[in-house]
Structure formats: structure tokens, C-alpha cells
Design a protein around this ligand. Sequence first.
Ligand code: PEP
Ligand code: MG
Length: 827
Amino acid sequence: MKYELMFQCNLPNGIHARPASHLEKKCRLFSCQVMLTNHRTNKSGDAKSALELIGTDTIHKDNCTISCEGSDAKYAFEILKIYINNEFPLCDEPLKAITEEKQIYLPKSLINYCPTLIHGKSLVSGIVKGRLVKFGSVTLHSYATDFREQEEERFTNAHNTVVKNIKHELCLATGPEADILTSHLSMVTDHNLIAGITHRLTHNSTANAIIATIDEYISKFNGASSEYLRARTLDLQDLGLQLLSAAYPQHHQEDSTLTEDSIVIAHEMTPSQFLKIDKTHFKGLVLAKASHTSHTIILAKSFNIPTLVCGELQDKHDYGHQLAYMDSQLGIIAINPNEGTTRYFERAIKISKQRVYSEQIYIGKQIATLDGHTIEVGANITHPIEVQATLNAGADGVGLFRTEMAYMDRDQAPTEDELYECYRDALINGGGNSIIFRTIDIGGDKPLAYLNLPTENNPFLGYRAVRIYPKFLTLFHCQLRALLRASVHGKSRIMFPMINSIEEIRWVKSQLEEVKYQLTHEGIPFSEHIEIGIMVEIPSTVFILDHICQEVDFLSIGSNDMTQYLLAIDRDNQSISYLYSSLVPSFLRMLKQVVSTAHQYNCWVGLCGELGSDHRALPLLLGSGLDELSMSTPAILATKARLANMNYQQCRALFLRACQCATRREIETMLDKTQLDTNDKPIIASECIFLDAEYASKEEAIQALVGNLGITGRTNNSHALENDLWAREAVFSTDLGFGFAIPHTKSEHLQHSTISMARLAKPIHWQGDTGEIDFIIMLTLNNNDSAQHMKIFSSLARKLMHKDFREKLHATQNNQEIAEQLAAALA
Ligand code: PEP
Ligand code: MG
């Protein structure tokens, strides 16, 4: 007997993938046949198949019937009646937008041009221009082949792999992502889909069978009434590609060649995919999924590729190949920029280059703070060619050479000679500066296909780094031999990752001795006094550090893993990234203990995680007494410039106070409130005066003058300072008449009060219907000088009333003279 249930679809987006997988799961509980018929489209489908349900093209308010026929049809009917009325209408919550934790402030000198902006979260800072290029947009048809060999086995294995992968991702996912994965899982396990493919396998290759079956569903979905349902074809393509790439792992998957400067867009990117992309035109990266400490992002920092996390661009076809600017610090991508937006970004790029240029005095110099305390600033690198570049960019040496990168993106491990050449080149390029080579840290988020490491539930807590060496002893010895052979070419140090106990240290040391013994017997030279050290990145080491210091020559704190293990917060999990912070009392106390124990035993101690380049944390890191900070190359000069303007004793006191704080908030507030940059700069200086300046608008003038305060080290937060200036402009016009404008503010975002000046090549419009101006005198005073603010402003305004003073300012031909005239006027 047949039982029929009529209902109207109340789902706002119809029966698309997620509701279909919900309903399908419910229907599978019964052995009877369950069909859904849509009376508007006259399409019926097996309700135990998510794909067939989607194929009924059911949208909001469509009248439908569910019919049950077979042994338990009555029971199914009763259960489904309750389900359809109560649960089904609630199974499709709208996808929640990812909300930013912090509100990002955008400069008015940009938004006044009304650019088209896409917002994201910054992972690697920088400003770049390029065409938007989608990565991984491989078509299903690129896999087509007539070659056949054990096709059923090939498909079954591929299918199992994809199902396993989705289930694995599902374990880690929450919210909308989990919903999407659930629907993908039900699509890929759909018996009609599987039957469609396996049926074709009798005469076709796996590739052609998958392509034909997916194409069939895609054309069905393409005819759907709602845009929302049509968009589901992307899910099918995604699954098709996953099946194909699992079935044909050797297939060339992405074309990584870029022919012009590009901002690459991808859902996700593994370290090896990143490495494959030609870096000549690779200017920026936009990922839907990535976290601050993932190894792909570490690589992006190393190669200085500004990176954003933003899920909006990946599925939009209309953005492909458009010209865009990206400012990852502000978390924005400006698409198809208009003239004003282009001027803004071109100037922003110029300002950021000048800033780097102004910091170049620190290249080749070891940094001393204002009170004479020295600290080394090293580089984190992955390739020998980076050595020369990083020394040229200001590094004192290499604090972390992640050697595992040379093992990735290939089918087998490098040979001893290849490794030797790599390390030798690095040491020769290092020209006597110390290079710390970390032995391979494989596993975790850096699997190597050719090692066949098992898939693990907790890869970061599992078979990783030093833990795999005993099993892959030949691989480990091969690296040690190469490192020792190369050691004669420079100042080389060897560091072991993920050390957890004295036993492990003694074991790696015994292996090193064995390799030394072999080399001695073979008559191969190596440096006898090569220093060895360990990464301090597992909390247990902190409690036995006294013993450790007696076994090794140096230590380097791996703050990425140390934070993850100390706080039990996965460094790669975006849903808990708001909890991942090293600026917490427990981490600072750990740091204090490590540095003091190390120094008690005369052991050199550095820090090489991402924390090293966190400017906010810098006073605390300096105050902790660390001997070295190691970071990605682009951060080095700015860090040195800041350290040179800090006072160690003040930072020490701040660090000790921070260690006494009870909460993260207290530490952050303390850092925000403390003014540590005490190197005085004069309020009027020729470095802040511009004659014949080419500014096309008020926006550009303010952007340029504030940007210069950043370049000259007078502000650490140009955007916030600019915001303060615009806030005052909004209240009243600063056009003083006679062609003069005096924009002004007092701001907490300024380290050194400054009077900047610009005499313009061509006049510009300033505000409202007032006339044009060709002279700007900008007053920016920090909070300590706030009493001076109105005094300077009014005496300047009075002075400008005098024609002869104005004429003098117009006639003077050099910066120094103008500075003197202004100083005299204000004296
Ligand atoms: C760290 O853990 O801080 C570190 C530098 O090592 P990696 O990021 O390579 O794990
Ligand atoms: Mg680590």
C-alpha cells in the first residue's frame, strides 16, 4: 500500500544540498521506497538520494508529495509526517557571515573615493597591486582519459579516500562549515551517484565515468528555478574534483604559472602548493581558510607575500582577472579601482617603500637599545637563496632554517649531496654569520607522501619531528652527514625540534656522534665544535631546563608550538583562534623562567616563532632578556628600528609587571598605555617639510603628510592618527584663508609632536565652498603636549595674518630655512 504526505516547502532557499542531506538521512531509516514529487516542476526523485532531491528543483512555497511504498511504509509515513511539519522547516539556517573580532579602521583618505572593497583578516601585511587569479580552478575535463586499468579498484580507493577526508574535516569543523561538509558527505555517498559512476566503469575509465556522471547532475541542477539551487553545481564540481584528484594523484592539478603581477585566490593552500607557484608575479594571496601560524602562512611571510583570509572572493566568477589593490594590514582588497583609489594605493605603496628605506641604516649593525642593551635579530628562512637576501634586509644571522621545506613538493627525499650543497650554499652566503639549521620537522601539518606517515587524529600531538627519526634513521643520518660536511663552510649550528626529554637529547647527540665517527673514518672533514641546541616548544622542557642546559649549547623558544601546547589551543584551528595568544600571564611566566634558567647556566636563548615579529609584544620580549629574536625577513628592519628607540630597563620593569598580571586584558591594557619610545625628536624638522609637493586632493595631502610621520618614526599607527585628524576636519574647516590650511590634532597615536609643512606645486580644493589652498601646515601633538595644542595653533594663525610672513614662507627655497622661520615665529 502507498502512503502519501502532501506538504508545502517552507524552506527559504528550497531543497538545496543541506536540507536534502537532512531529509535523505531521515528517509534512509526505512526500508520502504520513499519518493518526493514536486507538483510545480513535475519532477520526482528518490528521497534517499540527496542528489535526486536537489534534482526535483524544489523552491520556497512549492507543493510537494512524499510517498512511501513497501514493508514499513505506514511507519515511515507517520515518522516523516512529524518530521516534515516540525523539524524539516528548521534544518536550513542561513549561513552566518564570518564576523571580525576587531573593527578595522579604514582611512578616510581612501574611503572618500568610494572604492569597491572586499574585507578580510590580515595574516601577512603588505600593500600590493595585481590581477585577481583563481588558483585550483582546474576543470573536471582536464582529467579526461581513455586509459583503463583496474578501474573498479581505482574508483573504490578514490571514493574511500574522499569520504575519509571529508569525515576527517567534519570532525574539526563547526557551524556553517560543518553543515556544508555534511551535505558534501551525503552527496558523495549518494547511492545514485555511486551507481551512475560504477555503471559507466564497465566501458569507461574512472575519470570519464566520474566526469560524465557529475556532468549529468550539473546539467540537471543548471536548469533549476532558483539561483541558489543552480549555485550548488559548484559543490558537485568540488566533489568531482576531489574524486578525480584522489583517483589520479599524479595528474597535474594546477597551473602555477603567472604571467603578470597577480593576487592569487584559493580556498586553501598547502605548503607544497604554495612553493610550486612561481614567485616572480606572485604578489598577494587571499585564502578562504588559513591561520596565522600555519606553515603556508609562515612561507608567505618568508617570501613576503601579503596574505588575507577572506571567504568572499573564492566563489565569485565575476571577480576573476580584475585589477585590484590589496592592503592586508587594513584587511581590504579594492577591486577595479577608480582614479582616486588608484592614487591612494600608489601613494600608500610609495610610503611603505620609503619606510623600509628609512630603516636601512640598521642593516649590518647589531642593535643596541637607548640604554645600550644589545639583542640579536635573526631571520627565519627555508631556502639557501634567502640567506643573502635576509642579510641585505638587516638580519644579524639565521635564527631558524626550516630545513624540512627542501623535502616537500617532491616524490622522494633529497640525496645527501643535494642537502650538502644546499647547506654549503647557505653557509657561504652567510659569510660568517651564524646559521641555525633545524633538523627536519616533518609530520603535523607537514606530511610527506613518500614517507607514508599514518593519518592521525591529533597530528600535532603525534608522530612528528624528532619522534619519527628512529624509524627513518637513514633519512636522519643523511641530513646529519650533510649538515656536518657543510659545517666547514661557515658558522653553522644544529637545532633539534620538538624535544621533550633528556633521553631524546641524548639520543640525537649519540646519533650525531655516530655520524661524526663515520665521517672521520671516511676522511671527510667537518667542524668539530659545531654547537647544538633544541627548540623549547613543549612545556615539559621548561621544568627540566636546568638539566637541558647542561646538555646543549643554545635554546630557541618556538612560540607557535609553545603557545599551542601550553594553552592546549590548536594553532591551526580558526574557530578558536581568538583564544590563541602568547600575551597571557602563563606564557610570560614561562618565558621568564626559561630565560632566567638559561642565563643561569650561560646558555644562549632566542625565540623563533611568529611572536618575534609581533610589534605589540616587542617591549615584553626585549624586557624578558632574550638574547635573540628571529622572524621572517620583511619584519626585521622595522623591529630593529623600534628596538633602537626603546629603553631596556623600562621594558624589563614592564615585563616583570606583566608577569604579575592575572589576565590577558590587563597585559594588553598595560602595553597600550605605556609609552616606551623615548628617543626625542624636534617638533620642527626638515624631514617633515615638503616644497613643490604634488598632491591632487586634500585626501592625498593628509595621507602623504601622515605617512611621512610613520616613515620618520614619529607615529607607530598612521591610520589611527589620520583618523584623529579627520575627526577634527569634520567639526570645522581648517582652511585659514590666504591659501593656507592648518589641519591639526592632539593624538595618543603620536610618539613625537610634529609640525609638518607642504608647499604645493598646484593649489587644491580644501573644504566646502571656500577657496583653494597651496600651503599646508599640519600640527600633530601627542597627548603629553596637549596643553600646547591651542597655543601653537593660535600663534601660528596670528602670524599667518601678516602678509610678509606668508610671502617669506612662499619665497624660501630650502627646507632648513623654512624650518628656522617657523621656529622663530613660534618662539
Ligand atoms: C614554533 O613552533 O614556534 C616554530 C618556530 O616551529 P614551527 O612553526 O616550524 O613549528
Ligand atoms: Mg614548532
